[in-house]
Design a protein around this ligand. Structure first.
Ligand code: ATP
Ligand code: MG
Length: 558
């Protein structure tokens, strides 16, 4: 762990429990519904569940909550497994499905009926809704509420055998229609869904509802801490009711924490799905999304995501975390793990007129300024090079220390050059710069005392490889795009910029690193998806400095 963090309230509760009962185990679960890909919010939950257990030598289950066959798919389940593994967590032999317990859940429902605690209701959805009452008014008992136990058993069995159609009846827990907590107003626990389930196929045509399946699956697996997000706080009494009435061997404890929201981003599967269906992004793994697959493709190392989740911490307070925090974690991780390379994103040609046009000089370049173990490489220098268009200004202000007419600048690892002439095309656009170099100023040679204030990056024109580079900006203009239903209107049309970059020769080599820092331009990573077609495409993972802070400030000052 990079940062020493204070114990959050969940860890404090666990510590207290263990203090009071030294045999208390920590068994947690991550319970995704396989109806979409995982996002950064899920990463927070994964990180929390796996790490609290790990810290106490406990265990974590990966349990798919596959109780709604209509929305779920095997593809999602596979992607979820891949994402959890990629984050570095291992569920070992504890991969389970709520559907593994369909038999036990059915038996539990029968037990509730036998105890007079559940009944089959023939009211349709509309009637049930109308009779549910409001926050200020109690609900009305269903006319079927006092059905005899035997009749309930018979009808429930018939529901299971497929004798009734979808929506014709449901099984409800018999709790209290006037409870101030709406969740306790006789919640539905089973419904009919004549739909082929991804795993159990046509074995079942009745499916348990989330609250019932979730609480009991936790109990069946011996989960001790069921950690979930705050919207389940009001469901906790129901969770506990199921556990108590069914007298399960294990009594899990539900603890809620706040959801993670990230500024300018979406962390809702439903809304992400909407973006994908409208073709606004290139699938679930679009590098502009904070889905785990998107962040992986973008080039975020898993360690940086975990570091981020740890820094955000676990609280009960809802808030929106700034993008800068996530990007700083990515920068910090990549800063220490990637080699440096040179590459020009928006090239302009420079001809060095006093340098022998047939000469190629191989110059020594460090692979990392602070980690000598990363070694060095040779980069070719010739009379024609590319520099960044923005590193030259014709009418430069005094404080501009890069290249300007008549001005000097150092080429990284090479020589000091002076700009003698600017060549333009018929549109007045700068086409080429003619420079001279000072042979005594070779980096590291110590021959000349000459000093200049600016150093710029460059690549040899003859050796450069041309690659597509994708530069990203935030996908939304809106600080909290999830709060609006009209996603389309908050999309930033300039969130993706594609450029043809000139990269140094070594990046074309067989063993070239897939992620690296391009000096002064940011961290880059090979796009694993686009590069499958043979062409190399790089994503800018993150810039070197926090450009967001600047954007934020500008936005605030109007
Ligand atoms: P979404 O709203 O994106 O559909 P969900 O809660 O419906 O999310 P699940 O698959 O049910 O998705 O979530 C699995 C687990 O991840 C749950 O325990 C849930 O509480 C947790 N989780 C989901 N979103 C977040 C979030 N933004 N922050 C923290 N935990 C989250
Ligand atoms: Mg959910």
């Amino acid at each position: 762990m990079k940062t020493e963090l204070a114990k959050d309230f969940i860890r404090q509760i666990i510590d207290e429990d263990i203090e009071n009962n030294s045999s208390r185990e920590v068994i947690t679960r991550f319970p995704p519904e396989p109806n979409g890909y995982l996002h950064l919010g899920h990463a927070k939950s994964i990180c929390l569940n796996f790490s609290v257990a790990e810290e106490k030598k406990g265990k974590t289950f990966l349990r798919f909550d596959d109780t709604n066959p209509v929305k779920e798919d095997e593809i999602y389940a596979e992607s979820i497994k891949e994402d959890v593994s990629w984050l570095g967590y291992n569920w070992e032999d504890r991969l389970t499905f709520a559907s593994d317990y369909f038999g036990d859940l059915y038996q539990a429902a029968i037990t509730l009926i036998k105890k007079g605690l559940a009944y089959v209701d023939n009211q349709n959805a509309e009637e049930m809704k109308n009779n549910r009452g409001t926050l200020t008014e109690p609900g009305k008992n269903s006319e079927f509420r006092d059905r005899a136990i035997n009749e309930n058993l018979d009808l429930f069995k018939k529901m299971k055998s497929g004798d009734f159609d979808d929506g014709e009846m449901v099984l409800r827990a018999k709790i209290d229609m006037s409870s101030p907590n709406m969740n306790l107003r006789d919640p539905v626990i089973y419904r009919i869904r004549k739909y082929n389930h991804q795993r159990t196929k046509d074995k079942w045509c009745i499916y348990p509802m989330y609250d019932f399946a979730h609480a009991l699956s936790d109990a069946f697996e011996g989960i001790t801490y069921s950690l979930c997000t705050l919207e389940f706080q009001d469901h906790r009494p129901l969770y506990n009711w199921f556990i108590e009435q069914l007298e399960t061997d294990h009594r899990p404890r539900q603890i809620e924490f706040s959801r993670l929201n990230l500024a300018y981003s979406l962390t809702s599967k439903r809304k992400l799905n909407d973006l994908i269906e409208k073709n606004i992004v290139d699938g679930w793994d679009d590098p502009r999304l904070v889905t785990i697959s998107g962040m992986r493709r973008r080039g975020y190392p898993p360690e940086s995501i975990i570091d981020f989740c740890q820094r955000v911490g676990v609280t009960k307070k809802d808030n929106i975390i700034e993008m800068a925090l996530l990007e700083n974690c990515v920068r910090e991780e990549l800063g220490n793990s990637t080699q440096r390379r040179m590459g020009v994103l928006d090239p302009i040609k420079v001809t060095i007129k006093n340098y022998d046009k047939d000469n190629i000089e191989y110059l020594e370049a460090q692979n990392h300024p602070k980690i000598p173990e990363f070694g060095s490489r040779k980069i070719p220098f010739t009379n024609e090079i590319f520099i960044e268009r923005s590193d030259f200004l014709e009418d430069a202000p005094k404080k501009f220390f890069r290249l300007k007419p008549g001005g000097e600048v150092r080429l990284r690892y090479a020589y000091i050059i002076c700009c003698e002439e600017v060549i333009k095309d018929s549109n007045g656009e700068i086409k080429e710069l003619i420079c001279t170099y000072d042979p005594d100023t070779k980096s590291g040679s110590g021959k000349s005392e000459k000093k200049v204030k600016g150093t710029i990056h460059w690549v040899s024109k003859k050796h450069a490889i041309t690659s597509e580079v994708r530069l990203y900006d935030r996908l939304f203009h809106d600080h909290n795009p999830g709060s609006s239903e009209d996603i389309q209107s908050s999309i930033n049309p300039k969130s993706l910029k594609i450029s043809k970059a000139k990269l140094e020769e070594s990046l074309g080599e067989e063993n070239a690193p897939n992620s690296f820092q391009l000096e002064r331009n940011g961290y880059f990573c090979l796009d694993a998806k686009l590069s499958k077609t043979g062409k190399r495409v790089y994503n800018r993972v993150v810039t070197l400095r926090d450009t967001w802070a600047k954007i934020e400030k500008a936005a605030l000052s109007g």
